[in-house]
Design a protein around this ligand. Structure first.
Ligand code: NOJ
Length: 450
């Protein structure tokens, strides 16, 4: 008997109020890149350049969610999933990033929200999931301090048009990933590199997170406001002092740099000295404007990383030992399958006194799925989800704070620099025909949630 049939997991073990959902992001699913007055985003521009994305994939059509949202909402309902997380494309509703508003974009999101509510599905909006309007990038994007004002004006527009029906909001998605990959390494849009771009973007995004949350709170007093962080369990490669110190620096960079200022703890400059350079960009009073008392913090955890000291790597003096080199089981992303990472991350974030509530707003896995006779036998994904849920149960049994779990993702979609090669969906998408096939993991989740 295989593990799926054998699973003793039961939804009731998590408690009646535990939130179950599925997560997506506009650029990864919508397509319709220039429909009905939409402006270009930095990702539209980045993906149009040769050599940036694996196989030069782009997201001009993606999953065509723009046109087929009703089909996908029907599938969410069919899978018994009560909460749907999606993001608003800023340039779809504000083509140049600032006023005026594009009414067709507003109408589109209104249709989605209304359709979800009619289907009994709770909408969860992410305000920024990486698709900055290109017009703003021409003015420096997140490296320009004005970005804090651009973003809060955009948040006010979203609150005004959608706040009457949407109560659950996430301000920014994974700031460490999009600033690190987009403004330091240059492997994500907008493709900028270097320490000063990175630190400027980091500080402005952090200011924008707090400011955006305050705008929401004023406009929608009863909103449930959160923001999401990528987090990875970090371990040193050996018990050698140098590796332990290196692991501490990587942990600070990946897991602490963005959340600590939001919690009023300031940037962790002591444990990561390069962050002292931030002082060049921090203006008087900024430190009083970095924090916000969020109703929940979204954690997005996929794996662990093993770290060793390396003098060759600037600023951080550390490198990751890949899953490949460690000979461990990994996903199509090359990420080790290590479910206890989720438990460790929960334990770590539970130590922050300022966090009211934790929701796992993303967790999932990419495997090379194929459709055989109308079915997708993705047993590895089902195991991945089950094993991570067991870690959540363990955390809950120990009294740790964790009140929800959202799978990444509803359908296979455009996985940034990996293009369509990494399939994360509970539902398979044939990108030639747009045909959807519920994978076995989706059927398992449906059963679990029924
Ligand atoms: C994090 C991001 O929020 C999401 O956009 C991405 O597709 C998944 N993780 C998987 O990499």
């Amino acid at each position: 008997m295989n593990k799926v049939e054998n699973s003793f997991l039961n939804k009731n073990q998590f408690g009646e109020d535990f939130l179950w959902g599925v997560s997506t992001a506009a650029f990864q699913i919508e397509g319709a890149h220039d429909a009905d007055g939409k402006g270009s985003s930095i990702w539209d521009v980045f993906t149009s350049q040769k050599g940036k994305i694996k196989n030069d994939h782009h997201a001009v059509t993606a999953c065509d969610f723009y046109n087929s949202y009703q089909t996908d909402i029907d599938l969410i309902r069919e899978l018994n999933i009560p909460n749907f997380r999606f993001s608003i494309s800023w340039p779809r509703i504000m083509p140049t990033g600032v006023h005026p508003v594009n009414q067709a974009g507003i109408d589109y999101y209104n249709k989605i929200i209304d359709s979800l509510l009619e289907s009994g599905i709770e909408p969860w909006i992410t305000l920024y999931h990486w698709d900055l309007p290109h017009a703003l990038e021409l003015k420096g994007g997140w490296t320009n301090r004005e970005s804090v004002t651009w973003f809060s004006d955009y948040v006010a527009v979203c609150a005004h048009y959608f706040g009457d029906r949407v109560k659950n909001w996430m301000v920014i998605n994974e700031p460490s990933v999009f600033t690190g990959a987009g403004y330091f390494l240059g492997i994500h849009a907008p493709g900028k590199k270097g320490i000063s771009n990175y630190l400027k973007a980091m500080h402005h995004v952090t200011l924008a997170t707090a400011k955006g949350a305050k705008v929401l709170r004023n406009a929608i007093p009863d909103a449930n406001i959160g923001t999401t962080f990528s987090c990875t369990h970090i371990e040193p490669a050996t018990q050698n002092a140098k590796d332990i110190e290196a692991a501490k620096r990587v942990d600070t960079l990946l897991n602490r740099t963005f959340i600590e200022p939001i919690l009023g703890l300031g940037y962790p400059q002591k444990d990561l000295p390069v962050l002292k350079k931030l002082n060049n960009y921090i203006l008087e009073d900024d430190l009083n404007n970095l924090d916000f008392h969020f109703d929940f913090i979204g954690l997005q955890c996929y794996t662990r990383e093993v770290v060793k000291s390396s003098l060759l790597i600037p600023y951080i003096g550390a490198e990751l030992v890949s899953a490949d080199k460690r000979n461990v089981i990994s996903t199509e992303m090359g990420w080790e399958v290590y479910p206890p990472a989720l438990y460790h991350v929960l334990k770590k974030f539970n130590e922050y006194k300022g966090i009211k509530k934790i929701i796992i707003t993303e967790n999932g896995a990419a495997f090379a799925d194929t459709v055989t006779n109308g079915k997708v036998f993705d047993i590895k994904r089902t195991h991945y989800i089950q094993d991570h849920l067991e870690q959540i149960l363990k955390a809950k049994e120990e009294g740790l704070n964790v009140e929800g779990y959202f799978v990444w993702s509803l359908t296979d979609n455009f996985e940034w620099a990996e293009g369509y090669n990494a399939r994360f969906g509970l539902i398979h998408v044939d990108f030639n025909t747009q045909k959807r096939t519920i994978k076995n993991s989706g059927l398992w989740f449906k059963d679990f949630l029924s």
